[in-house]
Design a protein around this ligand. Structure first.
Ligand SMILES: *C/C=C(C)/C=C/C=C(C)/C=C/C1=C(C)CCCC1(C)C
Length: 234
C-alpha cells in the first residue's frame, strides 16, 4: 500500500493511509459542501432547509478535517477536533430526520430525544477514548446508539414516515440504513483504537482514524445525497 501511495502522493502529502484519508476527506467534504450549497433550490426549493443543513454538515466537517489533517501531519492527537466535529454534525443529522418528517407532524420533542441520545453516545465515547475505562464508556455509548437505532427503525418516527409515504418514506428508510450500517463503522474504529475488546478487532489492518474517516465520508456525504435525491424526486 505504501509503495502504491508513493507513486501518486508527491510533495507535502505524507504517504501513510491516515494522512492520506485526512487529505482526501478534506477535499471530499469541501466538494460536497459546494454541491449541497449550490443545490439549495434543487427540485423547486421545497427541501431548501434540509439541503442547507446537509451543506452545513459537510462544511463543518471540512473545516475540522482541514485542522485534523494538519494536526495529524505534525504528530498531534486529533481526538479533540474529532469529537468537536461530531458533537456539531451528529445533532444536525438528527435535525435532518425532524425536517423530513415535520410535514407529517413530527414534533420538536422527537428531535430533542434524538439529539439527547446522540449527545450521550458522543460524550461517553469521548470520555472512553481519553480516559481509563474505554470498555465501560464504549458500552454506555453503544447502548445510547442502540436506543437511537431502535427508535428510528421501530418507533414513532417510523410511523410518521409511513404516514408521509412516497419519496419521504424512501428517504427516511435510506437514512435509517445509514444509521444502522453506516454508523456501525464507528464502534469498530473505537474498538481498534482502545484496549479491552475482542481479539478479532486487532486483526483489522486499519488505524482507528482511517476507519473514522471512511465512516465520516460515507455518512455525511451519503446523508446529503439522500436529501438531494428527495429534493429532486417527483
Ligand atoms: C459525522 C459523524 C458521525 C455520523 C459520527 C457518528 C459517530 C458514532 C455513531 C459513534 C459511535 C460510538 C459508539 C456507538 C460506541 C463507541 C464510541 C463511539 C462514539 C465511536
Amino acid at each position: 500500500m505504501e509503495n502504491f501511495m508513493n507513486i501518486f502522493l508527491l510533495g507535502d502529502v505524507p504517504n501513510d493511509l491516515v494522512s492520506f484519508t485526512f487529505f482526501i476527506g478534506t477535499m471530499a467534504m469541501m466538494a460536497a459542501s459546494v454541491f449541497f450549497f449550490l443545490s439549495l433550490d434543487a427540485g423547486g426549493g421545497k427541501w431548501r432547509t434540509s439541503m442547507l443543513v446537509s451543506g452545513l454538515i459537510t462544511f463543518i466537517a471540512a473545516v475540522h478535517y482541514y485542522y485534523m489533517r494538519d494536526a495529524n501531519v505534525s504528530g498531534a492527537d486529533v481526538t479533540f477536533f474529532r469529537y468537536v466535529d461530531w458533537i456539531l454534525t451528529v445533532p444536525l443529522m438528527c435535525v435532518e430526520f425532524y425536517l423530513i418528517l415535520a410535514k407529517a407532524g413530527a414534533t420538536k420533542k422527537l428531535m430533542w430525544q434524538l439529539i439527547g441520545l446522540s449527545t450521550v453516545m458522543l460524550v461517553a465515547g469521548y470520555i472512553g477514548e481519553t480516559g481509563d475505562s474505554p470498555v465501560l464508556y464504549g458500552t454506555i455509548s453503544g447502548i445510547a446508539y442502540f436506543v437511537m437505532v431502535g427508535m428510528l427503525w421501530l418507533g414513532s418516527p417510523k410511523a410518521l414516515a409511513e404516514k408521509a409515504g412516497g419519496s419521504v418514506l424512501e428517504a427516511y428508510n435510506a437514512l435509517c440504513w445509514f444509521i444502522l450500517v453506516g454508523w456501525s463503522i464507528y464502534p469498530i474504529g473505537y474498538m481498534i483504537g482502545t484496549d479491552g475488546w475482542y481479539d478479532f478487532v486487532d486483526a483489522i489492518p486499519l488505524d482507528m482514524d482511517v476507519v473514522y474517516n471512511i465512516g465520516d465520508a460515507i455518512n455525511k456525504i451519503g446523508f446529503g445525497l439522500v436529501i438531494y435525491n428527495l429534493a429532486v424526486s417527483k
